[in-house]
Ligand binder design. Sequence first.
Ligand SMILES: [Zn+2]
Length: 408
Amino acid sequence: MREAHAHLFQLGRSLTMLDCSGCDSRQALLELVGSCNESLAKNDWVLAHSARPESWPDPHWPTRQELDHASDGRAVCVWCFDYHSMAASTAALDHAKITSDTIIGRGVIELDSDGSPTGVLYEHAALHLWSSVPEPDAAHRRAFVLSACLHLKELGYTEVHDLKAQPWLGQVVSDLHTSSQIDQRFKLYPLTKDLGETLATADQWESDHLTLAGTKIFTDGSLNSRTAWMLDPYTDTKTTGTPMMSPQEIDEAMLISKRHNLPVAAHAIGDAAVRAVLDSIERTNCTDMNARIEHAELIHPDDIQRFAQLGVIASIQPCHLLPDIETLHAGLADRLDRVLPMRALIDAGLVPGESLIFGSDVPIVRADHEDSIQAAVHRRRVNMPKSESIGIDQALTIEESLTCFNAH
Ligand SMILES: [Zn+2]
């Protein structure tokens, strides 16, 4: 099978981080953070992922003071499951030099009623803090990538696409291949801003089973944080989300990539983001070159036909639907029939496995293909009544879904 949307380094690293997916309250999260105190040195960081505060009875992140207390004052950062927000302790904020006066473009530093940071960070503010966490050394990087590849192999994936490949990733994967520790095929999509650095070494590591396949851009945020960019306002927040790139910036990225004969893979979750990418592909004449739209959770009916017309690949992670069902009901109740319109895309000419492809976005969700099959075929979680299905008219068959994973 092919896993068309993974993040190898992050997956490997997340396998060593605290997993908060089992925490059903703020208290449970704080207890989990505290449970590592005895095994950690004073200056060690506590890194955690997969918290889901909006699913808790009291849907609020712990404050930085609560994290300070639970961790004996360590630097703590806890990612939300979708990696668009996080809660950080005072030591972590101090390390990243984040204060109440800090301004980070396209990021939010939440403040309490006294005007001091609560520790909750959104979008680029969370990324800013994350980039200040001490970097693993080369040996750890290699170990993380290896454990991610072996994890995906175990799940049956013989081809893996990395959708935010670091400039060093190609060499690491190549070395692991050379030493026969892995045997899968890989396609790498570095960020457009990292393309130059990646190209500088590509001839040293590209091979039949490992290629630089395109570049990645982020045009909007996520549904959960209401930063996915919508044509019409969310029904609950009345906002339309957050475009992460202007049309000009998208065009520039398309043209930089095209100059190297590489397609762009564009993260676009909301229907406004999807439309902005399709418009740019048309304007920059990047048609029929395997440009990809990643996620495409909401597509306006007027844009469905444009995928096939412009030769654009829909790279979808149906598994996201399963944890998103409550969010979809809360924020997009008036347009649930437009969520992941895969049947309409096929009717309009997309071909399962070729121009309609599946991945998981691991480690944001687990990579088990059964989750995406469940979402694509039943459009709801296993234990839910049929009436809870989201856009059941857009359901695929099991065979079609497996074909989207290139399963043989
Ligand atoms: Zn991703």
